[in-house]
Design a protein around this ligand. Structure first.
Ligand SMILES: Nc1ncnc2c1ncn2[C@@H]1O[C@H](COP(=O)(O)OP(=O)(O)OP(=O)(O)O)[C@@H](O)[C@H]1O
Ligand SMILES: [Mg+2]
Length: 323
């Protein structure tokens, strides 16, 4: 593991944005991407950390972890569904096939938890018992295992709105997807989630819930795109302490980026008003956490790429013939 001191020194060098010698950069909260002349896309995962829909900080090695961990999961699930990965020319970059993203974010949940507006536990705690079209019994406890994983779709918020909750029937009724494609999406999502739970369990973790994005490739086939089972797109809990904590009503030990949200909430920030300044220690801890989760899940040692990232990235892209 890289020392805290080293991580602290790297904080100012964490990758904020890229300016590659390609013409058409686009950016999301975490990724920059460029359309390549051959019709493929170069996605660079930066070190930006977002929560509450805001970029809060840059965390050394976060981009590398997300890129390499997603790639690992794509490989572990390609027998279930094809994915967008073509190659990884750099620890922070993937060349992918461009797909037409479907307009639904496919969230799969194995437990009832969460305190944001779209979370199951939050809705349940408001007294709702019909949530996302599913009936929930009385007397459930926060963080309880559901009888089986369920899909709780939302609309893809895009640049304007927030994600809107949908039921599985509404996906088709609202014309977001035809029934046949939606059936295939649901089946694939549940199988990938099951594989994720099995592999996470071997790593001593519980895959609690996650978000998938699917797209339609140029040949019309359904593909898994974006990222898979990363600490950004998923909740992970420590498996060995879950039961004991659950039985006394304590929250599980989380192993994702939830602790960043909690640190902000402790300062009174939940997404509105002035953003509090956080100590560098929070971001070096975040870095350690991302690296640890990579190593736990993949069972491989994390090999840190050189900083600063951009010159290295350009070198690697040239070598791979991408630029
Ligand atoms: N193979 C692909 N083809 C087309 N679009 C893709 C592909 N893979 C990922 N994307 C899109 O690229 C973007 C990745 O950027 P990033 O993760 O930074 O976005 P974001 O700010 O999280 O926004 P979003 O909420 O849409 O994910 C997402 O909008 C995702 O839908
Ligand atoms: Mg995203």
């Amino acid at each position: 593991m890289i020392s805290k001191d080293k991580l602290a020194k790297l904080l100012p060098q964490a990758l904020d944005e890229t300016n590659l010698p390609l013409s058409n950069r686009q950016s999301g909260k975490v990724r920059d991407w460029y359309d390549l002349p051959n019709g493929q896309r170069l996605i660079v995962t930066t070190d930006r950390l977002s929560a509450f829909d805001i970029v809060l900080a840059r965390v050394p090695f976060k981009g590398q972890v997300l890129n390499q961990l997603s790639s690992w999961w794509f490989a572990q699930t390609q027998d279930i569904i094809p994915n967008h990965i073509v190659s990884l020319p750099d620890p922070n970059a993937s060349v992918v096939c461009v797909a037409e993203p479907i307009l639904v974010e496919v969230i799969v949940r194995g437990y009832i938890t969460g305190v944001t507006a779209t979370a199951l536990w939050y809705r349940y705690s408001l007294g709702e018992r019909d949530i996302y079209g599913y009936q929930f019994p009385e007397g459930l406890q926060k963080n309880a295992l559901l009888p089986e994983p369920i899909i709780t779709p939302t609309t893809k918020g895009g640049t304007t709105g927030h994600d809107e909750r949908l039921t599985c029937t509404e996906v088709v009724e609202k014309g977001l997807l035809d029934a046949k494609t939606w059936d295939r999406v649901q089946a694939a999502a549940l199988s990938v989630f099951k594989r994720g739970q099995e592999l996470a369990r071997k790593a001593g973790l519980i895959l609690v819930d996650t978000k998938y994005e699917f797209g339609i490739a140029a040949d019309g086939s359904l593909v898994l795109i974006d990222e898979v089972h990363t600490p950004d797109s998923s909740r992970f809990w420590k498996a060995d302490s879950y039961e004991a904590r659950f039985s006394v009503g304590e929250d599980p030990e989380n192993f994702d980026k939830e602790f960043v949200r909690i640190a902000y909430a402790d300062e009174g920030y939940r997404g509105d008003g002035e953003i509090p300044e956080m100590p560098a220690e929070l971001w070096t801890s975040a870095s350690e956490r991302y690296i640890t989760i990579y190593e736990l899940l993949t069972g491989e040692a994390f090999v840190p790429g050189a900083y600063p990232i951009e010159p290295r990235l350009i070198e690697n892209l040239k070598e791979a013939g991408v630029i």
